[in-house]
Design a protein around this ligand. Structure first.
Ligand code: TXA
Ligand code: MG
Length: 307
């Protein structure tokens, strides 16, 4: 790492320790972080993002020792997955310890934890010396920030101190899995494909039931990942684009070539680019629901939802 970024990481760590907010890169998307043990600091995140208070925040940790300060009752499934996928884009849900303030977990008794692999995130966690609570760095409901410029677009002059490390590698968020019970439950599709988790566990993973009243992953009940203009998903892209264009609708389209990873990587970038170009409608081609394609489709369906 260059000297300049090291100086900036040290400064970011001081801000976190003093109860401030920092925008930092992870391998999935950018995050807005605060000291997870400081409820007043975490409150600032909800305020800045205009995030509903019942939507809990993921706690980022530097190593497995730090896990025990925030989580308890670590199941064998959890141990196995941590060994295989940490550090990396897998978030696991545990019983929380008393030290984790309610505001972090939206009042739940559980806490979602992940150990990021991005070198800058890791260096920040080490330097700060505390777990960092961090949602994606975007206004609530918007496509996640995967580049520093996008974070600045959403927050303008209110953007917290920002560590810029270029474009995020995966471009979609971490996979969220509840590993407390007998059956692991997938709460959010993400950068680690469900198939990989099932392969490691040697059995199937269940999907969270789709209820909107009391969902297991509160974040999933809202319209999400959505650009400022309407978005629809199409199986036959050309046909649908043509149909709208003929009616005089200014359409922006996002085509699937053949690589799911690169599609995921640029999806939020493309959405944000098209909305600023002044189109009336964004049409995205549907992708195969395998590997990271599941995460892509989950996000597209949320983004096309009306409310
Ligand atoms: O890749 C990521 O996970 C990024 C980077 C910054 O780490 N973070 C992220 O955070 O995507 P956010 O806040 O945008 O999404 C967190 C998701 C939400 O759907 C939330 O409801 C769920 O995780 N979640 C958090 N704590 C939970 C808990 N205790 N039980 C169930 N779901 C939880
Ligand atoms: Mg988010």
């Amino acid at each position: 790492m260059r000297k300049n970024i090291q100086t900036r990481i040290a400064r970011a760590a001081r801000i976190i320790r003093r109860g401030g907010l920092v925008v930092f890169p992870t391998e999935t998307v950018y995050g807005i972080g605060a000291n997870a043990f400081n409820p007043r600091a975490v409150r600032k995140i909800f305020h800045l993002k205009r995030r509903p208070a019942d939507n809990p925040i993921i706690v980022h940790i530097r190593d497995s020792k730090e896990l025990l300060t925030v989580a308890r009752d670590i199941s064998n499934d959890a141990r196995l997955l941590m060994k295989e996928f940490w550090p990396g884009p897998l978030t696991l849900v545990f019983q929380k310890t008393k030290r984790v303030p309610k505001i972090v977990t939206g009042g739940l008794k559980t806490v979602a934890v992940r150990m990021p692999s991005h070198p800058v995130a890791r260096a920040l966690l080490r330097a700060a010396g505390v777990p960092i609570a961090a949602p994606s760095a975007n206004l609530a409901g918007r496509p996640s920030g995967t580049r520093a410029a996008h974070v600045r677009d959403d927050f303008g002059r209110r953007t917290p101190f920002l560590l810029d490390a270029g474009g995020a590698r995966f471009g979609v968020e971490s996979t969220v899995l509840d590993v407390r019970g007998r059956y692991p439950i997938l709460l959010r599709e993400g950068a680690i494909p469900r198939e990989h988790i099932e392969y490691e566990l040697g059995r199937k993973v269940r999907s969270a039931p789709h209820t909107t009243k009391k969902p297991r992953s509160p974040g999933m009940k809202y319209r999400h990942y959505a650009p400022r203009v309407p978005l629809i998903v199409a199986r036959d892209l050309n046909k649908v684009v043509e149909r709208f264009t003929r009616r005089g609708v200014r359409v922006g389209s996002i085509r699937f070539k053949n690589n799911l990873e690169s599609f995921a990587h640029s999806l939020f970038v493309d959405m944000r680019r098209l909305e600023t170009k002044g189109v009336d409608l964004i049409i995205v081609e549907a992708v195969p629901r395998k590997g990271i394609g599941r995460a892509i489709m989950e996000r597209l369906l949320k983004a096309s939802q009306k409310t």
